[in-house]
Design a protein around this ligand. Structure first.
Ligand code: AVI
Length: 329
């Protein structure tokens, strides 16, 4: 297979998401509030995405391998239940778990098509090319942008669709944003279409906290990289060595919170935004929440958005769940 033949099966749509979003209003609003917060998209420049890929391979970070094992066991059941359909993956990253689904669908589907959506254009391109090389009849339509933008601008459906949202990324949305997101999913799907979602479940707190405080410090580097990203993008002066990574479980909201803990008084200026803040010792900036779900509550939340759970698969420890939902009329 030549590169030219592979490229003829690759379609590319740039959603201009980053430009549109980076009016940075939400960034400024978050840095003004107490406690300070950052939109978690700043964790994912190309370096952040590469660090996240490394996190997925850490011994402490159980979600990736647990979800992968569930998919390994059940990918063909999923393909059989949905039949042939167009696969759209939100926040695809390296699409490592999607290989399992593509493998299963390629057994039954002659016109296999896959739309990965990601903000990291570098990763999206590399992954798309690898997939084309691996699956000789696959059509790929890469959508470079945020999933909100992708859901609003999906190419018209030509057949049944399945939206895929793996890795418990749903947990990175607070309950209001989660509702907004599910409303968008609901409108992007026709009755009969599918939504496949992977979520991390509530469990022993030590296990969760260890997953976000790994011994090699990869999660810490991932967290701090958000500030480097801001420095580069907005000509900022965050001094990374004056912050410490801090991740803990909040039992009230059932979520891990990742913060950057400020070690010295600092004056921060983001030149291109003409925005300044002062940070006191001990002040933190929350960079991410990662909610851990209780299945019955999640199933009814999905139901409220006309997404009926057809089947739920979990691992033997019930640490993680994969739900296949169908959009109701
Ligand atoms: C992408 N997301 C689901 C990961 C999570 O577990 O919330 C991001 C992450 N943050 C720290 N480690 C992994």
């Amino acid at each position: 297979m030549t590169v030219k033949q592979e490229c003829s099966r690759l379609n590319w749509i740039n959603l201009d998401a980053l430009e549109a979003v980076d009016q940075a209003d939400d960034l400024i609003a978050g840095l003004k509030q107490t406690p300070k917060t950052l939109p978690c998209r700043y964790l994912y420049d190309d370096r952040g995405s590469a660090l996240f890929e490394k996190i997925c391979d850490l011994p402490e970070y159980y979600p990736t391998r647990t979800e992968q094992a569930i998919l390994e066991q059940n990918a063909s059941a999923i393909a059989q239940m949905t039949g042939s359909c167009e696969l759209i993956e939100l926040g695809s990253g390296s699409s490592r778990k999607t290989h399992l689904l593509l493998e299963a669908y390629s057994q039954t589907d002659q016109s296999l098509s896959y739309c990965p959506v990601d903000v990291s254009t570098g990763l999206l391109r590399t992954t798309a090319l690898q997939l084309l090389h691996h699956y000789p009849t696959l059509q790929v339509c890469g959508l470079a942008g945020t999933y909100e933008q992708a859901l609003a601008q999906l190419p018209p459906a030509t057949r049944r669709r399945m939206l895929i949202f793996l890795g418990s990324t749903l947990g990175n949305l607070n309950p209001q944003d989660c509702d907004r997101f599910l409303t968008q999913v609901q409108s992007a799907l026709q009755p009969g279409d599918f939504f496949l979602v992977g979520v991390d479940l509530q469990k022993d707190v030590d296990l969760i906290e260890t997953a976000y405080n790994d011994a090699q410090g990869v999660t810490a580097a991932f967290n701090l990289n958000a500030l480097k990203h801001l420095n580069q993008q907005f000509e900022g002066n965050f001094r990374l060595n004056q912050f410490a990574h801090w991740a803990f479980y909040n039992p009230v909201d059932h979520q891990i919170e990742m913060h950057l803990f400020n070690l010295r008084p600092q004056f921060i200026f983001l030149r291109t935004l003409n925005f300044a803040i002062e940070l006191q010792i001990g002040e933190t900036i929350r960079t991410e929440i990662s909610r851990k779900f209780y299945l019955p509550t999640l199933i009814s939340t999905l139901e409220r958005h006309d997404l009926r759970s057809l089947q739920v698969w979990t691992d033997p420890n019930r640490w993680f769940a994969l739900l296949l939902c169908q959009r109701q009329a």
